[in-house]
Ligand binder design. Sequence first.
Ligand code: NDP
Length: 454
Amino acid sequence: MTSYDYDFFVIGAGSGGVRASRIAASFGARVAVAESYRPGGTCVIRGCVPKKLLVYAAHFHEDFEDARGYGWTVPAAEFSWPKLIEAKDREIARLEGIYENLLVKAGVTLIRGRARVADAHTVEVDGVRHTAKHILVATGGWPAKTEIPGAELGITSNEAFELKHLPRRVLMIGGGYIAVEFAGIFRGLGAEVTLSYRGSEILRGFDDDVRRHLRAEIEARGVRVLLRNEVVSIERHGAGLRARTSDVDITIDCDCVMFATGRMPNTAGLGLAEAGVALDENGAVIVDAFGQSSVPSIHAVGDVTHRVQLTPVAIREGQALANTLFNNRPTTVAYGNIPSAVFSQPPIGTVGDTEEQAIQKYGRVEIYQASFRPMKHTLSGRAEKTYMKLIVEPASQKVIGAHMVGPDAPEIIQGIGIAVVAGLTKQQFDDTVGIHPTAAEEFVTMREKVLRGF
Ligand code: NDP
């Protein structure tokens, strides 16, 4: 029998890789994980976690204003970006330590360095070869910039977390998750923000009513949104930057251009194609339902497979793979009804079909909607509105989609997501007593039905 140095060699200590290694080790596998940067991966080091801390920071701006309506006298507030970044860095370092500890406690060997797959059972880390029965590629993704002249002058989310100063004027390119989240962060912290998006409405793939509602809200907060607009070049201009756009009349002078134009799988230089691993046109590892690549001993989970780019999904994929390989329990991941959130200001929470998807599937659907001023703003005076929507499949009466834009939407939709995954009907929603006074109670008190579709 061939003997390997390890049963499982994991490349990348991010959300998917860490979960897969810990669980595999708990089943008795001898596991090593190689990490070239910092344990924790994108989510912990320069993604979800620091992003949410920045979102909290940005929100104080509104909170101070709103407090006045409640009798508070708030002196002129001052904000220090360096202090925020320093505090964020401390927290990220703490979490990184926790991740490292988790691995060590699980008995996983952490190898620092850049790994490369040498063959179906060998990984080379900085010149040292390690053999393993199974190899897991969990190297995540990397922000992609569009190829325009001067792109090198722009930053991505990676650098946004490390900026030395808060830019005074920001141009955001893209209309997806990262673009709207960072537009909200920079705007909340006091920057002038322009968002340029090539499509006709931001957040392609989300429910159309949600997309329109959020755009109106972010515009009301002072973000200038340019639709059907493409940034075609960036050049230095005085102490700042000048961006030209597809609209010859629109030239944008700013201090920072940020690309939020998608993330691509991190497979360059990994030696995968040479080892016979099939990659798609984006460089993503092509895997089957069990995370296995075209080379049976090489597997992949998370963003490097370019499917659903969400941490909880990568974690599930990692857990499933460990079960499949080391617990004698072949496990797949269910990709339907994945709740997700956009931490924009206000945030979005969503689960299940959008109205457009539901109409595609079922032809005709029942829509229930609510749009109202959050109670907090009756005294604060803020004009913000919350939007909520349920989509019901007429024949089964099941709620197949739930969407919300407004304060606490991600927290609320997590709970509603359980009901949607469980396949509950509109009647079962209505049978549930609301919690008063909350925004969430609207989800069990919507009575007015509109039929949409054909
Ligand atoms: P998204 O795919 O969400 O958005 C990319 C945006 O860039 C889209 O608006 C897209 O336009 C635009 N774009 C892409 N290519 C070009 C181009 N060549 N020229 C002009 N515009 C372009 O990616 P993000 O970078 O925002 O985030 C990456 C992923 O990370 C997300 O998809 C999400 O899965 C995950 N993420 C999740 C978060 C969360 O859960 N809260 C937060 C942040 C990221 P178009 O729509 O026309 O294609």
